[in-house]
Design a binder for this molecule. Structure first.
Ligand SMILES: Nc1ncnc2c1ncn2[C@@H]1O[C@H](COP(=O)(O)OP(=O)(O)OP(=O)(O)O)[C@@H](O)[C@H]1O
Ligand SMILES: [Mg+2]
Length: 287
């Protein structure tokens, strides 16, 4: 069977600051320069690259939060640009997002029941009783006991808050989950618990992921396909195991050399390699 695309991104161009003197005397700053990729149904797709390379901008363009200067994005065969400013509820339902910092994405004055329940009611028109049962189910899916629904975000740990943010995203029964640095604010052991949870959810629910991270080690656990971004372009894309085994682009090798390894002995050698590769990359950014 052919690989069924759920999301198609073609020659995407996104620019910021048109007309602003801050950006080269009125020239727009092009943050994404002609990026193309597909995400299949149920696939884990990762965008990696250093800060400012344009990863979150791509996520925002897919969510309709920034306007697109060129190219096309389609979801399930439907052109997203055609929505204009009025993004249909069905699209919002299908594409959900989890951000890095649940402290700022969850309302501190609302209980978890109200935060998740509001989404359930809006999308499914449930009664109070049905909503509460559904919130309990969603919390169970992310590994939290149902009594958490009576708590406020400030009464949870960082990992628990991120579980709540995932439960809220799952509340609409999405087909694509955009995770923008979802574990970057967590300590290493909590990171791996959340990554395991995301992997389990993908398997159980058939979810597709667009996973955004600056950290190749994180992405390895959740992605089938990895695209490496540098200065607004994809410089390398491939099956994740293949890319780790045999990175062809100097920039990818540099990112891999910054992934911490257990042996402290090779540290100096890797540092020298990073310096050399950074020089090579800077000399030819599109090589
Ligand atoms: N609202 C904005 N106005 C102007 N420029 C912006 C805006 N948002 C992002 N940029 C610029 O666009 C470029 C890409 O930003 P983006 O947030 O997509 O990077 P990123 O790869 O997600 O980085 P990080 O890993 O730090 O989150 C950066 O140079 C950034 O300064
Ligand atoms: Mg970002």
């Amino acid at each position: 069977m052919s690989r069924q695309p759920l999301l198609e991104v073609r020659d995407l161009v996104v620019s910021y600051g048109k007309g602003s003197a801050l950006f080269g005397g009125g020239e727009p700053f092009v943050a994404v320069k002609g990026v193309s990729f597909d995400i299949a149904v149920g696939e884990g797709f990762a965008l990696v690259g250093e800060s400012g390379s344009g990863k979150s901008t791509i996520g925002r363009a897919i969510l309709g939060l920034v306007s697109v200067a060129g190219g096309a994005i389609s979801f399930d065969g439907q052109d997203i640009a055609a929505f204009g400013r009025h993004i249909p509820l069905s699209f919002r339902r299908n594409v959900q997002v989890v951000f890095q910092d649940p402290r700022s994405s969850l309302n501190p004055r609302r209980t978890i029941r109200d935060t998740i329940g509001q989404v359930v009611e809006r999308h499914f028109g449930t009664s109070a009783k049905e909503t509460e049962a559904r919130v309990g189910d969603l919390l169970a899916k992310v590994g939290l006991a149902s009594y958490f629904m009576h708590r406020y975000p400030g009464e949870l740990s960082g990992g628990q808050r991120q579980r709540v943010a995932i439960a809220r995203a799952l509340a609409t029964e999405p087909r694509l989950l955009i995770c923008d640095e979802p574990v970057s604010a967590l300590d290493v052991s909590t990171q791996s618990q959340i990554l395991n949870l995301l992997a389990d959810l993908r398997r159980d629910l058939g979810l597709a992921y667009l996973f955004i991270s600056h950290d190749l080690a994180v992405v390895r656990q959740v992605a089938d396909v990895v695209a490496v971004m540098h200065h607004g372009s994809i410089v390398e894309m491939g099956a994740s195991e293949e890319l780790y085994r045999n990175p062809s682009h100097a920039y990818t090798r540099m990112l891999l050399s910054s992934v911490p390894k257990p042996d402290p002995e090779g540290r100096e050698e890797r540092r020298a390699m990073r310096v050399a590769l950074r020089k090579a990359v800077n000399a030819s950014p599109a090589a």
